[in-house]
Write a protein that binds this ligand. Structure first.
Ligand code: CMC
Length: 437
């Protein structure tokens, strides 16, 4: 039976259809609201607004649940690989052995970056942030691959191209920023092993693949692979909704992810923990500063728009740190500081009242440090992981007949109509007061 919500505006009753998701989430369909009543809704940050119907990722923020295509994140983190999870997100099902093999061959074929692109890389100023470089270079890919996506096969090719080349480009930008020789991808390495080799191999110091690190990197990227309608994914879809090409759309996603409230938080957490370490204490002071409304400082790696409990990804990330660091014989003082900080914050009334818990970024930087990844590359690591999610969501958006160009409304609070004042007649007291109405 169809369900409706009743809205009374100016004494008139309006019945709005209710949409129920497969996990029981309810939404009020307000598409006819403005046309029938002249009213719009007001929802800054779209915290209460569903922008689409999606079959990709399910989150329950109150219970700390995250599933990709129905499969719990805990199972994927334990049993899957990043390449397999990417396939799942894009295609909606786990691949057969044959599909996975075909996928790996395509990833290998697409792994090289056009040599002409190296010139671009080399001309960025040395201190450029790798996220800025990556965003620009992904946009530039369009000039090298101008074909449009008109078939499913072409879409799969573009997806594989992006997944493979962005990883190569990320490692290249690191090598070039250090003034070192670029290391090319190898056909005999898996996706994650290849990335580590491109990052750390050098003619004078051959890199030994450590399969403990490869496994940890797979899990890291699986945990980041999608998170439904987050800021960067919404940026990708917003740009895509104007029918801009997929490279421009993903480039916008990278730019959005760069911010410290989003994917830049993993870098900001390590900077915060390092600062505490350097000062030799001060955990309580940091927590107090985060609570102080006169300061813009926030406890980085804490809080989430959707999760009102412990982020399930943060739980897994913390466990991996506890497992991998001792195996790599790394004793990172920042891990102890993070645990102490978590304990203080979780017992503080401010954080309890606002349901602020560690998010995925709180422990991820510690794992990346243990792998040898430099701090300014942390958001790039997030971006590589989020690629399958961005592309799956972009595709779903393009295929959804109910979608339109993204174009929110506003409530105008500015001046009423006034006349143009010639410059000779302008003075500071009159400029704001004249009105035609
Ligand atoms: N430290 C101190 N106070 C906080 C924090 C924090 N980390 N996060 C939220 N608050 C407070 C905030 O000041 C507000 O207080 P009040 O109601 O008194 O004004 C209240 O909690 C609600 O915060 P909000 O900003 O309205 O919540 P939001 O859903 O808009 O923001 C967030 C979510 C993730 C941007 C925010 O929690 C934050 O800035 N966290 C720190 C940055 C961070 O770790 N980002 C990574 C997010 S997870 C990975 C990803 O998506 O990229």
């Amino acid at each position: 039976m169809k369900e409706f919500a009743t809205l009374i505006i100016d004494g008139k009753e309006m019945k709005l259809p209710v949409i129920t998701g497969t996990e029981g989430e309810k939404a009020i369909d307000i598409r006819s609201l403005r046309q029938e009543t002249g009213f719009i809704t007001y929802d800054p940050g779209f915290a209460n607004t569903g922008s689409c119907k999606s079959k990709i990722t399910f989150m329950n923020g109150e219970k700390g649940v995250l599933r990709y295509r129905g499969i719990p994140i805990e199972q994927l983190a334990e049993k899957s690989s990043f390449v397999e999870t990417s396939y799942l997100l894009i295609n909606g099902h786990l691949p057969t052995q044959e599909e996975l093999t075909r996928n790996s061959i395509m990833l290998n074929d697409q792994s090289m970056v056009h040599e002409d692109m190296q010139i671009f890389f080399q001309n960025f100023p040395r201190l450029s942030h790798p996220m800025g470089i990556l965003s620009a270079m992904v946009n530039a890919l369009r000039s090298f691959y101008p074909e449009l996506i008109t078939t499913e096969e072409e879409f799969q090719k573009v997806f594989i191209r992006m997944l493979s080349k962005v990883r190569t480009m990320a490692a290249m930008s690191y090598k070039i920023s250090r003034g070192h020789k670029v290391i090319y991808p190898r056909a005999d390495y898996t996706y994650c092993a290849n990335f580590l080799n491109m990052m750390f191999d050098s003619p004078v110091n051959p890199y030994q693949i450590d399969y403990e690190i490869v496994k940890a990197l797979n899990t890291f990227w699986i945990l980041h692979a999608d998170h439904e309608q987050n800021c960067s994914t919404s940026a990708v879809k917003t740009v895509g909704s104007s029918r801009a090409n997929i490279y421009a759309s993903v480039s916008a996603g990278i730019a959005a992810l760069w911010g410290p409230l989003h994917g830049g938080a993993n870098q900001a957490v390590i900077e915060m923990l390092t600062d505490i370490h350097k000062k030799g204490g001060g955990i309580k002071e940091v927590v107090e500063k985060a609570k102080n409304k006169r300061s813009s400082f926030r406890l980085m790696g804490f809080g989430h728009r959707v999760y009102k409990t412990y982020d399930p990804r943060a739980k897994i990330m913390k466990k991996i740190c506890d497992k991998v660091l001792p195996k790599l014989k790394i004793d990172d003082p920042l891990l102890d500081i993070a645990k102490q900080l978590e304990e203080v914050a979780l017992n503080d009334q401010y954080f309890i009242d606002k349901y602020l818990y560690p998010n995925v970024d709180f422990y991820s930087g510690i794992l990346l440090r243990a792998m040898g990844i430099p701090t300014n590359m942390f958001p790039v690591m997030f971006a590589i992981g989020r690629l399958p999610g961005w592309i799956a969501q972009w595709k779903e958006h393009m295929d959804d007949k109910e979608q339109k160009i993204v174009r929110p409304r506003q409530i105008y609070m500015g001046k009423n109509k006034i006349s143009y004042t010639p410059i000779s007649k302008r003075d500071s007291s009159s400029a704001d007061t004249e009105s035609d109405d």
